[in-house]
Design a protein around this ligand. Structure first.
Ligand code: AMP
Length: 122
């Protein structure tokens, strides 16, 4: 998939639309999801243009990948989540991805169960 520079997260990175930022450095921007599905729902996105998990891991420089995940951990530290959290990343139709800029959801403040997170596959 070709990267769409008009996707909503590209606009957030360019500050064309606002976001509630919780952590930022040279490599990553982390902000509140506009439609949270948990008491705490943060999105962490690399500042480089990749469409999804596979595109990021196949095509980004190693340092970009390492620094992104260090940034995810820095975000988690900044949020102070002693009871834990869940990380989610969606790709494609099966994954339910809506925004085509790679992102990791950080979910916390609720009791999640792996068994309940899937609708029946068809
Ligand atoms: P995904 O389905 O994994 O692509 O997730 C996209 C997420 O982006 C959804 O949880 C949306 O609620 C969220 N979202 C969409 N637009 C915005 C926005 N302008 N600011 C913050 N979050 C957004």
């Amino acid at each position: 998939m070709t990267y769409d520079h008009d996707n909503i997260f590209a606009k957030i990175l360019r500050r064309e639309i606002p976001s509630k930022i919780v952590y930022e450095n040279e490599y990553i921007l982390s902000f509140h999801d506009i439609a949270p599905i948990a008491p705490l729902h943060i999105l962490a996105i690399p500042k480089t243009p990749y469409t999804d998990f596979s595109d990021f891991h196949q095509n980004a420089d190693q340092n970009i990948i390492i620094q992104f995940y260090k940034g995810v951990e820095q975000t988690i530290l900044a949020l102070n989540l002693p009871n834990g959290y869940r990380l989610v990343s969606n790709k494609g139709e099966s994954g339910g991805q809506e925004v085509p800029h790679y992102h990791v959801h950080i979910l916390s403040g609720a009791q999640f169960s792996t068994k309940e997170m899937f609708k029946k596959a068809h």
